[in-house]
Design a protein. Structure first.
Length: 273
């Protein structure tokens, strides 16, 4: 179907119509060989509450945005390369049915369809496009994904210290490494994660210590690799500087960093167990 529609007038018109709906706020979408395969409204689980979003599936990208006027105007355009996408079906909850997760290296989020058939069709077409792209480029499927943010309403207490209760004055924050909902005291640290952002991002205390340990381990591995070269240079004295470590007298964490709250084995009620 892609080969049949590529470079046809009707495909060009469809893509132009999508560009027109996003207006000046959107990026140009027309490229040689790009084909618009389908579109539809899915419910995206956002931080505050689930919201409807318009999704457009092309043969190489997935585009979604906020609905201002259906079929006429959209904004907040997001473009996701399909080569970076991995899909995972999720169990239903009391609030949301026909769910699945769209995982990428920069952002992961949960969406739901109006029916089980619609979910199967979306996943089938997405997986087919991803398979063809990977075969064409020779790339391997993405193995490292950003953690999805746990919705604000999933918990009334900090998921790290399990003591702080959120209120109008006590704000919720999200760790960019694990996606947990945490209080300010449990997320004062910032860490540079180039895969997600060029700026240091908010992380919880536990993830911060883990990231520091990983960084120190990588630095030690690099030092061992370069040590033979350094020792061969006469008179070379390597630096003895070490990474600083945080104090060990922080309160013990109650939520393991590797807990997966979106798998079928763990229900939403597990946040308060």
């Amino acid at each position: 179907m892609v080969d049949h529609l590529a470079n046809t007038e009707i495909n060009s018109q469809r893509i132009a119509a999508v560009e027109n709906c996003f207006g000046a706020s959107g990026q140009p979408l027309a490229l040689p060989g790009r084909v618009l395969l389908g579109e539809g409204i899915l419910t995206k689980e956002c931080r505050k509450k689930p919201k409807p979003r318009i999704f457009f599936l092309f043969n190489d990208i997935l585009v979604y945005g906020s609905i201002v006027i259906n079929k006429r105007k959209y904004n907040s355009q997001h473009i996701i390369p399909l080569e970076d996408v991995t899909l995972e079906t999720l169990p239903d909850t009391l609030q949301m049915k026909n769910r699945w997760m769209i995982k990428t290296s920069k952002k992961s989020f949960v969406v739901s369809a109006a029916s089980l058939t619609e979910r199967k069709e979306w996943i089938s077409h997405l997986e087919e496009c991803i398979k063809h792209l990977l075969m064409k480029t020779g790339r391997q499927p993405c193995r490292e994904h950003a953690a999805p943010w746990i919705p604000d309403k999933a918990t009334d207490i900090c998921m790290r210290c399990t003591q702080t209760k959120f209120s109008t004055l006590t704000r919720r924050h999200h760790c960019r490494k694990c996606g947990f909902v945490v209080c300010a005291d449990c997320s004062r640290q910032r860490f540079l994660m180039p895969r997600l952002s060029p700026k240091p991002l908010r992380v919880c205390n536990l993830c911060y210590r883990q990231l520091l340990a990983e960084k120190k381990k990588e630095a030690e591995a690099d030092r061992r690799q370069t040590e033979p070269i350094r020792s061969a240079v006469q008179g070379y004295e390597p630096s003895s500087g070490d990474d600083s470590d945080k104090s060990d007298d922080e309160k013990a964490e109650q939520w393991p960093a590797d807990t997966e709250f979106y798998t079928s084995e763990v229900s939403w009620s597990s946040f308060h167990s």
